[in-house]
Ligand binder design. Sequence first.
Ligand SMILES: CC(=O)CC(=O)C(=O)O
Ligand SMILES: [Mg+2]
Length: 221
Amino acid sequence: MASSRNLSRFWEWGRKIICVGRNYAEHAKELKNEVPTEPVLFLKAPSAYVREGAPVLLPYYTNNLHHEVELGVVIGKGGTNIAQSNAMDHVEGYALCLDMSARDVQDQCKKKGLPWTLAKAFDTSCPVSDFIPKETIQDPHNLKIWLKVNDNLRQEGHTSSMIFSVPFLISYISRIITLEEGDLILTGTPKGVAAVGENDEMAAGIDNIITMKFQIKKQLQ
Ligand SMILES: CC(=O)CC(=O)C(=O)O
Ligand SMILES: [Mg+2]
């Protein structure tokens, strides 16, 4: 399905990271947002990728960095105007992802009507697991995803609670932004988002499929 380049290291491709917000009603409610009737989209820069072994940076301009655990979908075949009926043919695999969010900055951006770039797209704001081949996950809407901070469970959600399904999201996004191989779609976070601080250790997983760990470090100025 993928081209000659190997998508198992999709983070090295430098392609788009397209994030879906408020895709779980309980999370939209915990942040006092409306439950959306259309997907909420935003982007992260490819420099947001970080892999296990390297720290997640606490940006100098936030006092409230939140974790958001999410299922990531790796695109194997690009396209525009993709029909929902064959959207899954465009999927190469999956990854466990975190959408690190400077919540205080995001709240200010919302108040001022500004984009969320500072809050969501900074370096290391997208920790990702190893690539999970498509065949490993029979149904992306039947997975438990969880996140612990210093061994305390903070988030536990089920992808069956997504408001917009993976095929719907691929189709919807591809009518606005051309999807390319190596792109990553973050499908939104379940409830339980909360703050992390310097030296905290985040562990996250998908069922018995994959786990990953990251430590928070202050960004040097
Ligand atoms: C309110 C948000 O930050 C939306 C988001 O990223 C999500 O996953 O939901
Ligand atoms: Mg998110």
